[in-house]
Design a binder for this molecule. Structure first.
Ligand code: AQP
Length: 324
């Protein structure tokens, strides 16, 4: 079985962008691959955060992933900082990664703009840690959203550079793209993100989801209820395609273009369909929240499994690099 590895940051409440762009795709893959998923807490330290809230965020991210369908019987779920080899391998990879490549990363440019007061070395080296995450387990594929493809390319480059200098140790991992497009925030302009106040939470309460959808930007050219709309440029139509069935999507498309329905009705139907999928996830999440020991057990067992693989890889790496 080939192996997949992917991660998610505990940098806030998981969003439906994370769900559609990552988690929903992971669930479809766990039957076919040896699957390892990681709560990448070390990555989340690269932006300002409140240390007193981090533990809860890690636990909440684990619970949300399990509630969404990452069955711990079928895949491995663990916390990045529980396997210290991630940081050791990062250091070795730092020595083969050109700074120019990191400076070109779109995410670094975006995050540097968002966090001008804290452009730290960790933010710059983020993709090197990501390469270490993936290559430590010699993963063949990395299921990610379209926004992460550039980082996976860099992981391939790091593997190539390392192998050519120290010998063939790492496979070149390939991105397995989520079928979902990049999900935009409620403003319709920037990517939906945990750390931006532009999202719908995966386990958010129904009333709050309905309120947020009510304020979400649609086709801005549609000024009046009687104006025909253009679903192709409407962010909410993208969400309909993710949560509504094909027949409903077709109906909405026609009714929007002919002004048969307005945005209010379109949003109401979207909320109904979204909640059909999210309600059971939220219920399982609240149930898991009451069982923190069970979550801790799952994460501990995941870390044990990953530590064994990591130790073997690191022996090979240290040996190849001439370390005693
Ligand atoms: N808006 C999105 N549309 C599609 N996919 C998305 N992903 C995230 N946002 C969207 C996918 O979620 C996975 C995990 O992402 P991450 O936690 O590593 O960090 P990120 O990509 O930077 O996601 P966020 O929510 O935007 O985090 P913050 O706010 O901390 O920067 C990835 O596979 C990503 O493609």
């Amino acid at each position: 079985m080939s192996r997949i590895f992917s991660g998610i940051q505990p940098s806030g409440e998981l969003t439906i962008g994370n769900y559609l762009g990552a988690i929903r795709n992971w669930i479809a893959l766990i039957e076919k691959y040896d699957s390892i998923f990681c709560i990448v807490d070390l990555h989340a330290l690269t932006i300002q955060y409140d240390p007193s809230r981090m533990q809860n965020r890690i636990r909440a991210a684990a619970a949300a992933n399990i509630a969404a369908g990452l069955d711990p019987e079928k895949c491995v779920l663990f916390v990045q900082s529980h396997v210290p080899e991630h940081t050791e391998l990062t250091w070795y990879f730092n020595t083969v990664t050109p700074m120019g490549d990191l400076g070109r990363m779109t995410q670094f440019k975006e995050k540097s703009r968002q966090h001008r007061e804290n452009i730290n070395v960790g933010l710059f080296g983020y993709p090197v840690l990501q390469a270490a995450d993936i290559l430590l387990y010699k993963a063949d594929h990395v299921p990610v959203g379209a926004d992460q493809v550039q980082h996976i390319e860099l992981s391939r480059e790091v593997a190539r550079k390392f192998n050519s200098r120290f010998g063939e140790i790492f496979p070149e991992p390939k991105a397995l793209l989520s079928p979902s497009p990049r999900i935009m925030g409620l403003d319709g302009k920037s990517k939906m993100s945990k750390s931006m106040n532009n999202y719908i939470g995966l386990v958010e309460e129904p009333e709050s989801i309905r309120k947020k959808l009510a304020t979400a930007v649609t086709d801005e050219n549609r000024k009046r209820r009687t104006d025909p709309g253009n679903p192709e440029i409407c962010n909410l139509f993208t969400l309909h395609k993710s949560f509504s069935d094909a027949a409903e999507v077709e109906t909405i498309d026609g009714e929007c273009r002919s002004a048969g329905i307005g945005c209010v009705e379109c949003k109401r139907r979207l909320a109904d369909n979204m909640l059909k999928e999210l309600d059971p996830i939220r219920e399982r999440y609240h149930d898991l929240e009451k069982r923190p020991d069970d979550i801790a057990d799952i994460l501990r067992s995941g870390a044990r499994h990953c530590s064994e693989i990591a130790a073997k890889t690191m022996e090979e790496v240290r040996d190849a690099m001439g370390l005693v």
